[in-house]
Design a protein. Structure first.
Ligand SMILES: C[S@@+](CC[C@H](N)C(=O)[O-])C[C@H]1O[C@@H](n2cnc3c(N)ncnc32)[C@H](O)[C@@H]1O
Length: 274
């Protein structure tokens, strides 16, 4: 395992990935494969599918921080948001969401009580959308993903936006952040988590300590094809949650399908179309 970990971390593309995640995937691959070389290759492939494939360009964390700080110092909110939008365009999931940003949060936040604490699971660049989120009053935002450099950047970004909280490196298949929240985002992440462990999705949703979950699925493949993905993921999410007494509303957006889950609802599970 040590050799596999060292070899994967040597590759510039994976040098910032959580060691826990590499051990998790690598251990599974070592038990299935003939030798170290094929296990390393399979581990890198999986890391690409669940994370690497979503980067459209190499992130420029230091340059972004400098530009964001300059906009903040100048008190130029418009310029700050413009830089945020540019950052989000580097990652497939946030780029897809750019054209629906205002509508996305207005709709979700209108269906739940005021949000003062958020957990953002497998967050990617999603916390960079904080300037579009209709928070009122003090907010604590806890974000996690598997990239160390991304979490370092997001930690500094959170400080800049004035919300409390933290960004931590975490393999949520093994451990879900334990803070308590009003709302948890699990955006476009379920298919990635299931690639590591088929049973991870429900376990993660159950263990998140939040009154509401916004769980979303992409409606297009990374290649841009639609292929009936709405129907497919709706059926899968229904099956995944069929034994839970959660209240679930489906919200359709042009580029994403969201299931808003009220975990503490005593009503029988139902999927309503909004
Ligand atoms: C499709 S992207 C979604 C990003 C973000 N939630 C959004 O919708 O903008 C999936 C994200 O899950 C992260 N991820 C994959 N497996 C993970 C794991 N086991 N633990 C934490 N994050 C994970 C990837 O690094 C990637 O940022």
């Amino acid at each position: 395992m040590k050799k596999l970990l060292q070899t994967v971390l040597k590759s510039p593309k994976y040098s910032n990935v959580s060691e826990d995640l590499i051990r998790n995937i690598g251990g599974r691959e070592l038990s299935k494969r003939r030798n170290l070389k094929t296990a390393v290759k399979a581990t890198k492939n999986k890391l690409h599918q669940i994370g690497g494939a979503y980067f459209l360009k190499k992130p420029e964390y230091n340059a972004w921080l400098k530009r964001l700080e300059a906009a903040k110092r100048a008190g130029n909110d418009e310029s700050f948001r413009k830089i945020c939008a540019e950052i989000m365009s580097y990652h497939y999931s946030t780029r897809e969401r750019l054209e629906i940003l205002d509508e996305f949060y207005t709709k979700i936040y209108s269906l739940i009580p005021p949000v003062h604490s958020v957990i953002d699971v497998a967050c990617g660049f999603h916390p960079v959308a904080i300037p579009w989120m209709p928070f009122s009053g003090k907010v604590k935002y806890c974000a996690c993903d598997v990239y160390r450099d991304m979490m370092e950047f997001l930690g500094k970004f959170l400080v800049m936006t004035g919300v409390g909280g933290y960004a931590e490196v975490c393999d949520v298949v093994q451990h879900v952040p334990d803070s308590r929240a009003d709302l948890a985002f699990v955006l476009n992440a379920i298919p990635c988590l299931e690639q590591v462990d088929k049973s991870a999705a429900l376990r993660v949703l159950e263990s998140i300590n939040s009154s509401f979950l916004a769980v979303s699925f992409p409606v297009r493949t990374l290649g841009g094809r639609e292929k009936d993905m709405r129907k497919y993921y709706e059926a899968r999410f229904k099956k995944l949650t069929e034994k839970k007494e959660w209240s679930i509303q489906r919200i359709e957006f042009k580029s994403e399908m969201v299931f808003l889950v009220e975990k503490e609802a005593s009503t029988k599970q139902k999927v309503d179309e909004q």
